[in-house]
Design a protein around this ligand. Sequence first.
Ligand SMILES: Cc1cc2nc3c(=O)[nH]c(=O)nc-3n(C[C@H](O)[C@H](O)[C@H](O)COP(=O)(O)OP(=O)(O)OC[C@H]3O[C@@H](n4cnc5c(N)ncnc54)[C@H](O)[C@@H]3O)c2cc1C
Length: 468
Amino acid sequence: MVDVLVIGGGNAALCAALMAREAGASVLLLEASPREWRGGNSTHTRNLRCMHDAPQGTLVDAYPEEEFWQDLLKVTGGITDEKLARLVIRASSTCRPWMEKHGVRFQPSLSGALHTARTNAFFMGGGKALMNAYYRSAEKLGVQIRYDTAVDRLELDEGRFVAAYAGAERIEARACVMAAGGFESNIDWLREAWGQNELGEYPADNFLIRGTRFNQGVLLKSMIEAGADSIGDPTQAHMVAIDARAPLYDGGICTRIDCVSLGVVVNSAAKRFYDEGEDFWPKRYAIWGRLVAQQAGQVAYSIIDAKAIGRFMPPVFPGTKADSLEELAGKLGLDQQVFMQTLQDYNSACQVGHFDHTALDDCHTAGLTPAKTHWARPLDTAPYYAYALQPGVTFTYLGLKVDETAAVRFGGRPSDNLFVAGEMMAGNVLGKGYTAGVGMSIGTAFGRIAGSQAAAAVFKRMEKYAAA
Ligand SMILES: Cc1cc2nc3c(=O)[nH]c(=O)nc-3n(C[C@H](O)[C@H](O)[C@H](O)COP(=O)(O)OP(=O)(O)OC[C@H]3O[C@@H](n4cnc5c(N)ncnc54)[C@H](O)[C@@H]3O)c2cc1C
């Protein structure tokens, strides 16, 4: 029998597998996907958010614990567990040498990458290279890896892990780490969670999934049904407004539309509905998917003029281009009169000061609802561009409740050999909202904890038997 079974094949799973193996445990990792699709959402990532008190490697200046914590507190609106959040923040300051030991390399942040050179460490080659490095290291250390193996449920004995079932196959282990992602790929579950809106629409029918198709939440659902303590609202998720032309799965970051704060966003009624300049884009991009999900038809349009070009990461598909705002409205199929009124109202409300996209500048609107509080400049320079937006789900926040040991809990009692990491428990730290790079900080911190704890649980039990 293997010592530690790791279920999942993304960042959190690999961190757990490597830590358990380094501690001397034998490890078997089960990944639902075929080898060529291994790595889950983690393959789409670019960076992790890191605390540091002075310049460190590719990270410039300082990003102290308190600032990281305040950023998290603000985006979550206080729906977070401070103890676990601070644990993640502190772990983010020390994990990089360990990651480098396993072959991960860092590079300076790219220009236009959401103002993150100070706060986020970028993986050279992106998440795909990070996952390949971890898999290579795991194989070298003797971690057994099985692909095409989706676990449906666990066999438990009063909160203790006994075995996992992949179809009819029963796989025993002395301890287990679950790191099988959220349920974002499961459209039926999203449909059930979001229900119908006042227009009779099922908003989830128009959601696109930014990452893997393999995070179906099967194990999460079965654990909740088996009585594991859960946390989080099933409708809360990291949701980005992405290009409406993106594929249903795995569109990745190149379908993100990053020019929202440089222009205005209107819905299908050609009306604005939210402050596009509320805060820096890294702190706001993850709320726009939800905002678009709340509009009729779950569609909206990001409108910019020529002044914005070169100031944001260009998306993979070109925008709709027009020489006048009237022509743009026509191309988008929006009511021209309403659209022109919306744009005229906005343009005449702009109080232009010193435009600075790298600061919370003084360009704002006056007497307009909703206001645009920063980077408000009239849209008056042709050519004009528009991008149709749809909600892109990155990952869901409903998960299993944990304490600082990453143990799964049943009626408040922690299991002594079953642990959880990554998206399956990220909701403990992220009740809502998001700040760029914190998904990988949570997965790395808790993946490493879960792997160490699982190995420790195995050795503790062996010692107990040896002493008996
Ligand atoms: C486009 C995109 C860009 C992102 N960019 C960033 C970024 O730059 N920085 C950041 O911090 N976060 C980013 N995120 C979020 C980040 O991907 C997640 O927070 C993180 O990868 C979660 O890691 P994980 O290991 O929990 O999940 P995943 O990496 O998704 O891994 C889950 C794994 O479990 C497997 N699995 C699922 N069900 C089963 C089952 N029943 N049995 C066995 N295996 C199963 C899946 O195949 C997958 O391998 C991004 C996400 C996306 C989609």
